[in-house]
Write a protein that binds this ligand. Structure first.
Ligand SMILES: O=P(O)(O)OC[C@H]1O[C@](O)(COP(=O)(O)O)[C@@H](O)[C@@H]1O
Ligand SMILES: [Mg+2]
Ligand SMILES: [Mg+2]
Length: 334
């Protein structure tokens, strides 16, 4: 039984054997993400003091202006994972194409690929609102020792071996799953160590919080409009409270602790919504399901969607089980 205040390092070793493919490689990979997270956290915490806020001057493949911290975090995670010779491929929101990484050790061929949103909630960087990093891990499907291909990344979410996020907020936490529940670790900045602070995290079945950018309301499908109206009606335990930080990681984290639903639906201006299937929706869906919550595009289980492109977007509804099912019922009714 995991002990509160156990360090993340101890937890990883203790749970290594319960992992289906346990060879220590995944443990080393999560430890590498922990290391990169501390470096990025250090920079995030002093955003505003150093020249790390504002636009970097380039746009990414999504057509979004890259923030300096997007680029910094992207470089730090890629460097750390590459230097520690722990993965055979990386895909990132900030990279047009996937990166193939040859092992530096001819006697050892890496088996994992990582998909990452290096900095989630970019619009909140300059205004001191919590942001995050999201990661998703798969075993490669192509032969070990050969260069990875797109097939290694376009796997359904139900094939993930691990997923998680780092939240850079009032405190810095790593929250992740390897398919045996969800655990949260808080950084003690004085000594630079993550401690188990939130063992076995669970979405309450019901909640009273809905998170959606209502500024897009007029463009939403009728089903979503009706569900939002339902949340706002004076009836039973409603109206619910509207909370929207604009950082997926932070809205998800709050809703997982308090009970709630996050929605980024499709709309008449963006037919597939905004969020990216591979490095935003799939990892959050894996966490949600491991925490007894639910994640869908309004009709289909997110993790059963067959990806076709590296940066494809999907409508996303995620959170407390009964709330997501209610929203889906409104979507079906249209
Ligand atoms: O400003 P909008 O359109 O509501 O979008 C906010 C959503 O977009 C995101 O910022 C997209 O993520 P990135 O910041 O990684 O691009 C989510 O974190 C957030 O939930
Ligand atoms: Mg994001
Ligand atoms: Mg991002």
């Amino acid at each position: 039984m995991s002990k509160r205040n156990q360090t993340l390092g101890e937890f990883i070793i203790e749970h290594q054997s319960s992992f289906k493919y346990s060879s220590g490689e995944l443990s080393r990979l999560i430890n590498s993400i922990r290391l990169a997270a501390k470096v990025v956290n250090h920079e995030v915490n002093k955003a505003g003091l150093v020249d790390i806020i504002g636009a970097a001057g380039d746009t990414n493949i999504q057509g979004e202006d890259q923030q300096k911290l997007d680029v910094y975090a992207n470089n730090k995670f890629i460097q750390t994972l590459t230097n520690r010779n722990i993965v055979c491929g990386i895909a990132s929101e900030e990279e047009d194409d996937f990166i193939s990484i040859n092992s530096q050790d001819e006697n050892h061929q890496n088996k994992y690929v990582v998909l990452i949103d290096p900095l989630d909630g970019s619009s909140n960087i300059d205004v001191n609102v919590s942001v995050g990093t999201i990661f998703s891990i798969y075993r490669r499907v192509t032969p070990v020792g050969t260069p990875v291909t797109l097939d290694d990344f376009l796997q359904q979410g139900n094939k993930q071996v691990a997923a998680g996020y780092i939240i850079y907020g009032t405190s810095t936490m790593i929250v992740y799953t390897t398919g045996a529940g969800v655990n949260g670790f808080t950084l003690n900045p004085a000594i630079g160590t993550f401690y188990l602070s939130h063992p076995n995290m669970q979405f309450p079945k019901d909640g009273k919080i809905y998170s959606v950018n209502e500024g897009n309301y007029i463009h939403f499908p009728q089903g979503i409009k009706n569900y939002i109206k339902y949340c706002q009606m004076e009836e039973g335990d409603r109206p619910y409270t509207s909370r929207y930080i604009g950082s997926l990681v932070s809205d998800f984290h709050r809703n997982m602790i308090k009970g709630g639903i996050y929605m980024y639906p499709k709309s008449s201006v963006s037919s597939n919504g905004k969020l990216r299937l591979l490095y935003e929706c799939n990892p959050m869906a894996f966490l949600a399901e491991q925490a007894n919550g639910k994640a869908s595009d309004g009709f289909n289980r997110i993790m059963d969607i067959q990806p076709t492109e590296l940066h494809q977007r999907v409508p996303f509804i995620c959170g407390s089980l009964n709330m997501v099912e209610k929203a889906e019922a409104f979507m079906r009714k249209g």
